[in-house]
Design a protein around this ligand. Structure first.
Ligand SMILES: Nc1ncnc2c1ncn2[C@@H]1O[C@H](COP(=O)(O)OP(=O)(O)OP(=O)(O)O)[C@@H](O)[C@H]1O
Length: 237
């Protein structure tokens, strides 16, 4: 393991402000992610796990802001990035797979179209090359007949299959860090294990760094290298 962290969340505080009202909703959260590790973040519902992940990638609701602390990505403080810088960060370095992201696939647009759109900004070569790359990723996430999935509509797929398509989409961005916020909530036990296994495989094969957010401490311990626990008001390592 390299010595310096890829991502360092350092004593951050997030506050809510609307008109005259202000309150702190997250206080003194610190943890580090080292290259190539999978860290699970757990904590009770409402502890602030999603808020932390949104703060990292600049997707906090507009009433919320980081009012103290630093978030360092490769040693650089990104807390005060503007929208354009955050967009680039999300596109090139840190992908966030959201809790309810199953809904982010359009049910009536071909998987192929949606996947191609995800990588449109990347210079990956000819159309054939890009399609080949995406089909390979579909295969990596466990589809034996990726072309069939490519040519289907999300409404034709099960929840577990859609989750794996989404994962392939995230992987197509080849992020340094993948933050997966409750990636398995919509899945049954079999598919949940499949997705977690896959994340582990991605970590091992591609050297990806993963922050996995979930309530489910038991199953996460099985897959993660380390667990950080968020308490309401702060983090306990
Ligand atoms: N837009 C917002 N405005 C004000 N408070 C918010 C906002 N979003 C979240 N909160 C509050 O911040 C706290 C942390 O919420 P968050 O969604 O991060 O919790 P969580 O740990 O991810 O919970 P869960 O496991 O249920 O998803 C909660 O008390 C929540 O009510």
């Amino acid at each position: 393991m390299e010595k310096s962290p890829l991502l360092k969340v350092h004593h951050i505080e997030v506050s809510y402000r609307h008109r005259q009202q202000q309150k702190t909703i997250l206080q003194d959260v610190s943890f580090e992610l080292y290259p190539g590790e999978m860290v699970a973040m757990t904590g009770k519902s409402g502890a602030g796990k999603s808020i932390v992940s949104q703060a990292i990638v600049g997707l906090l609701d507009k009433e919320l802001s980081v009012t103290n602390g630093q978030i360092l990505f490769e040693g650089k403080n990104i807390v005060h990035f503007n929208e354009k810088q955050f967009e680039k960060l999300r596109r090139d370095h840190i992908a966030l797979m959201l809790q309810h992201s199953l809904n982010s696939l359009d049910p009536i647009r071909l998987v192929k179209k949606q996947m191609l759109e995800t990588v449109r900004h990347r210079k990956l070569g000819s159309n054939r090359k890009v399609e080949h790359f995406l089909l390979h990723l579909l295969n990596e996430v466990g589809f034996n007949e990726p072309d069939q999935i490519f040519q289907s509509y999300p409404f034709e797929l099960s929840g577990g299959m859609r989750q794996r398509v989404l994962l392939a989409m995230m992987l197509s961005l080849q992020p340094r860090v993948l933050i997966a916020d409750e990636p398995t909530t919509a899945l049954d036990a079999v598919n949940r294990d499949k997705v977690l296994e896959l994340l582990k495989k991605m970590k091992n094969n591609l050297g990806m760094t993963i922050l996995l957010i979930s309530h489910d401490e038991g199953s996460l311990k099985k897959y993660a290298d380390r667990v950080v626990h968020i308490e309401v008001g702060g983090v306990i390592l």
